[in-house]
Write a protein that binds this ligand. Structure first.
Ligand code: NDP
Length: 605
């Protein structure tokens, strides 16, 4: 029991000290000195893993050498929103370069059975009011989200601007002409006044460097390139070709939580190789109530997003509009806080209450496992022992029950820190060999590696300076959008700006901000703009100073991509370089910056 809390918290029905100790033990068991190095890059002999299974082979076209105002790299929601906001700002001359065969990004690639967005659709799907579209359910499935990407592209005439099945290989700044030369794997050499990089935070699949992985004799694929040729069926399941197959899934993150019930329903046998269990909370999906939809007033989506943004970082709100598993812990916390507005509590007391709310939440998550899984050894292995936001929480009503099927076995690999080895057609864990026909890698995406490695191209700025060198000791940006020496080059995503689990809200506000800057540069007839070194250094200082409060939290977490695989000192993971006060505060800061109209911190060239 924390010494800073009042006596009323002395009779909790659980022992916080014991839980803290258990969390520490479970973390220590999983910490690996190789951190991010435990994964292999999908190149060379693994390059085929990221081949596009959704296009016809053999596509070719003539190389492009257009001179355009803006090249946007990436056709997921980041690129779509940037393009949409540019079009609204009157900037028409745009090219969008996208590796896939259509728009959609994450939702183009991730078509595995059961794929769904965990963030409420009314907050997640962008431009709902602009396009007068109401999602079918509270949590949309992948096909509806993919369709919505296409809806945005059609509404803003973006298909005419798209170069699909094209990967950027290099960006190079030419000072004399003040243009970026955008080279691609289709021999394009586009010239662009402005470049917007929207390559996404989880775009590069990764594989575990399990000894023997390259010699496996059976079939393999990564979940982000689901092989329906092999499994049969589609997003709704019906994976009938698995009826005579023994399948291994390696990894138990948000993807497996959604896909495993479908594989379990069809495979002859399914082995799920787990290293760390996910927290699996109630899904509780429901169709959209048309009466509720009709009752919404203009501006409702922004208001709902802002409400959610505040809720999930524990800022007080009058009403929890989204009211789901993401916000639950904060509702509990709000009830624990002093209800009398005049009663002040210290930072230490607030932190101790937050930890208690977390213990309560995770006790509930662990108790939920027992409701669905009869075998006690399996149920124990499925219980997560860490704070809820150490890893991406998940929400599903079928996953846990899948382990009660006779043809599904959970293989807990935590003692050996993952699968030990792959030999011939067997997966070896805990010294036991499991003979399988197929391995499905649900091992996620690169996060802690360098930006240029994840994007797949180098950026050569002024005087040939490489972005990978400029960022070798950490990101250096103004507001997360641009860096000194890389003129007219902007990025959207998670990079020294505000993080939110609702990524599309982050991207939309960023898109509007970048469109504003580009419009200013164009209307002032300037050649280019980039941050001053001073403004950049000041912003980096602000980010790091405010982020200090998160460090202890992430150090105590079990490893994963939220905490740079446990190597917090080397980098904090996906949101580690973010603006700690949160998205709403960040957006107000940017809005004020725009209102002042001085483009403070940027210099013209
Ligand atoms: P994750 O990175 O979350 O999970 C990877 C899994 O692979 C982990 O369980 C990891 O274990 C395991 N793993 C890695 N190496 C080994 C090994 N050697 N042996 C055994 N297991 C291993 O990837 P996902 O694809 O599941 O999810 C990525 C992200 O995509 C999510 O966190 C979420 O942000 C997003 N997503 C969102 C969804 C949504 O609803 N919006 C749905 C699906 C994904 P360990 O935990 O021990 O490292």
């Amino acid at each position: 029991m924390s010494t800073v809390l009042p006596r009323k918290y002395s009779n909790l029905g659980f022992d916080p000290d014991a839980l803290r100790e258990k969390y520490r033990e479970e973390r220590d068991k999983r910490l690996r000195p190789d951190a991010n190095e435990q994964y292999v890059e999908v190149e060379g002999k693994f390059a085929h893993v990221v081949d596009d299974p959704y296009v016809e082979p053999g596509f070719s076209r003539e190389p492009l050498e257009d001179d355009v105002d803006v090249v946007i790299i990436g056709g997921g929601f980041g690129g779509l929103l940037a393009a949409a906001r540019f079009r609204e700002a009157g900037i028409e001359d745009i090219r969008i370069i996208e590796a896939g065969g259509d728009f959609g990004g994450t939702w183009y690639w991730n078509r595995y059975p059961g794929a769904q967005c965990d963030i409420e659709s009314y907050c997640y799907l962008p431009l709902l009011e602009e396009l007068d579209y109401m999602p079918r359910e509270k949590y949309s499935y992948a096909p509806e989200i993919f369709e919505h990407s296409q809806r945005i592209a059609k509404a803003y005439d973006l298909y005419e601007a798209a170069c699909f099945q094209t990967k950027v290989t290099e960006l190079r700044w030419v000072e004399d002409s003040a243009r970026w030369i955008v080279s691609t794997d289709r021999d394009d050499a586009l010239k662009a006044r402005f470049v917007v990089m929207a390559t996404g935070p989880l775009n590069r699949p990764k594989l575990p460097a399990i000894p023997g992985i390259e010699d496996f004799e059976g079939h393999t694929f990564h979940t982000s390139r689901w092989d329906y040729e092999y499994t049969g069926g589609d997003h709704n399941g019906n994976l009938t070709k698995l009826g005579d197959k023994v399948v291994a899934i390696i990894g138990t993150g948000a993807t497996t939580i959604q896909a495993a019930p479908y594989v379990g329903a069809h495979a002859k046998h399914l082995y799920v190789f787990q290293r760390t269990p996910s927290s699996v909370d109630i899904r509780g999906n429901k169709p959209t109530d048309p009466e509720w939809a009709k009752s919404l007033k203009p501006g409702w989506q922004r208001a709902r997003r802002e409400n959610f943004n505040d809720m999930v970082i524990g800022r007080p709100v009058e009403e929890d509009l989204v009211n789901d598993g993401w916000t639950d812990i904060f509702r509990t916390l709000a009830n624990m806080m002093p209800q009398d507005k005049d009663e002040q509590i210290s930072m230490e007391e607030a932190a101790a209450l937050a930890e208690l709310a977390d213990f309560k939440k995770m006790n509930g998550i662990r108790a939920r496992v027992n409701k669905f899984v009869a075998d006690s050894k399996t149920a124990e292995a499925l219980k997560p022992w860490y704070r809820q936001f150490c890893k991406r929480p998940t929400f599903n009503d079928e996953y846990l029950a899948t382990f009660d099927r006779g043809n599904v076995t959970l293989v807990d690999t935590s003692q050996s820190q993952g699968v030990e080895r792959i030999v011939d057609n067997t997966v070896i864990a805990n010294g036991i060999s499991y003979e399988v026909d197929c391995i499905i890698f649900a091992t996620g995406f690169e996060v802690g590696t360098s930006y240029t490695r994840r994007s797949g191209y180098e950026i050569h700025g002024q005087n040939g300076l490489k972005l990978s060198d400029y960022w070798a000791d950490g990101l250096r940006t103004l507001h997360g959008f641009s860096s000194h020496g890389f003129p007219n080059c902007f990025q959207v995503g998670f990079s020294q700006n505000a993080f939110s689990v609702n990524l599309t809200a982050v991207l939309d506000d960023q898109a509007q901000h970048v469109a504003y800057i580009v419009n200013e540069v164009m209307s002032r007839d300037a050649r280019y703009v980039h941050p001053t070194s001073e403004a950049e250094a000041e912003w980096v200082g602000t980010i790091r100073r405010l982020a200090v409060s998160n460090t202890a939290f992430f150090e105590a977490c079990t490893p994963g991509y939220y905490n740079n695989e446990g190597d917090v000192a080397a980098g904090r993971g996906i949101g580690g370089e973010s603006y700690a006060p949160g998205l709403n505060v960040f957006n107000k800061l940017l809005a004020k910056w725009r209102e002042e109209g001085e483009l403070e911190g940027l210099e013209f060239g």
